[in-house]
Design a protein around this ligand. Structure first.
Ligand SMILES: NC(=O)c1ccc[n+]([C@@H]2O[C@H](COP(=O)([O-])OP(=O)(O)OC[C@H]3O[C@@H](n4cnc5c(N)ncnc54)[C@H](OP(=O)(O)O)[C@@H]3O)[C@@H](O)[C@H]2O)c1
Length: 331
């Protein structure tokens, strides 16, 4: 396994997104199996494990805490507080972004994770009407108290990052990034480079699409977000086939898999970008973590960039679509 830095926090070049063990991708593996798979990732060199109070909610943090307990001091745990969800779990929250609310949320997360510090504590979404500096100040206090080592924001914009970073430097921005979603390449990722902030790519496999193992007939059930993500509409799956064809071409030449090419591409492009694929099968863990060893030459990377520039992407993943799916299911 290779390693890289999220500002001053060292992590494996590929981390593990743990959300799917409790949330968002349909049927769940049994708890013991999930723990085994998380520990397998660690055995293969993965040292970055991502969770959130919102996954489950709450139970994903419990799972991750239990799974990494035997080697907790050797890994980086990232979790997130939500500015929108879960008011008053223990009677807190006059505002979910108040100092009291955030500190209470962190204490609850620490208990569930069975640890006394979080490595990177993210603000899961940064509301447009909120004041990023206020949260940054609270994060600075939590760092001084030793409760967190660093902090981050998720899906934030350039202005929010600059305001927050000026108060308490950010360790990482965690936002959607893959060959199918490149919106942050034009502003947030260059800003992270300029300010020495790590960029953690969520849904780096475009929810599995880039593995080439799903087709227009694949059925999704339960809380699977692919029921809402429009790139999984059958007509879009067909229209996005040129992207998979391109990945297969490069994968055949490099004797690796499309999933590995898609991750190797982002690893090559920026040395402060760390993908955190979700993966719940032994072979996928081996495959995805193995992408850190797929080295692209400059020529190969340029050829991929050139091909990508010619390919149009159909459909996307939005919070709004995913929320709508929740409301439909709740009815
Ligand atoms: N900050 C945020 O707002 C936010 C939002 C979404 C996610 N996240 C974080 O980012 C992590 C990753 O996001 P994600 O789960 O959407 O990532 P992803 O890796 O793009 O998608 C996960 C899906 O792709 C499948 N998959 C992954 N690798 C595969 C492979 N090699 N072959 C076949 N299928 C493969 C997984 O299958 P199986 O799991 O079924 O094996 C799962 O269904 C989450 O776990 C979570 O920690 C954060």
């Amino acid at each position: 396994m290779k390693f890289r830095k999220l500002r001053d926090i060292e992590v494996s070049a590929v981390g593990m997104g743990c959300m799917g063990f409790s949330h968002g991708y349909g049927a769940l593996p049994p708890k013991e199996e999930s723990i085994r798979l998380i520990r397998k990732a660690y055995d293969l060199g993965c040292t970055l494990f991502d969770t959130a109070e919102g996954y489950g909610p709450f139970v994903n943090e419990e799972l991750v805490g239990e799974a990494v307990k035997p080697f907790r001091d050797k890994v980086v745990i990232t979790t997130k507080f939500s500015p929108f969800l879960f008011p008053n779990q223990q009677g807190w929250a006059e505002s979910k972004l108040s100092k009291k609310a955030i500190k209470n949320a962190l204490e609850d997360s620490l208990k569930r994770l069975q640890t006394d510090y979080v490595d990177i504590y993210y603000e899961h979404r940064v509301p447009l009407d909120s004041n990023p500096e206020e949260v940054a100040e609270i994060m600075g206090e939590l760092i001084s108290e030793g409760k967190i080592k660093g902090w981050g924001q998720s899906q934030s914009n350039v202005e929010q990052i600059k305001k927050a970073h000026a108060v308490t430097p950010l360790s990482a921005i965690q936002s959607e990034y893959s060959m199918m979603e490149r919106m942050f390449e034009c502003d947030v990722i260059p800003l992270c480079k300029e300010l020495n902030i790590g960029f953690v790519a969520f849904s780096p496999m475009a929810s599995g699409f880039l593995s080439g193992k799903y087709n227009k007939d694949t059925q999704y059930k339960g809380d699977d977000v692919r029921l809402a993500i429009t790139r999984f509409k059958p007509e879009n799956v067909e229209k996005n086939q040129p992207l998979l064809d391109m990945l297969y071409d490069f994968a055949n030449t490099k004797k690796c898999t499309p999933a590995q090419i898609s991750l190797a591409w982002m690893l090559h492009k920026n040395d402060f970008v760390v993908p955190i694929p979700g993966m719940r099968k032994d072979e996928r863990i081996v495959e995805n973590l193995g992408s850190a060893d797929v080295e692209l030459t400059e020529e190969e990377f340029s050829a991929i960039e050139h091909e990508l520039s010619k390919i149009e992407i159909f459909g996307n993943r939005t919070d709004e679509d995913i929320q709508r799916m929740g409301h439909v299911r709740a009815q």
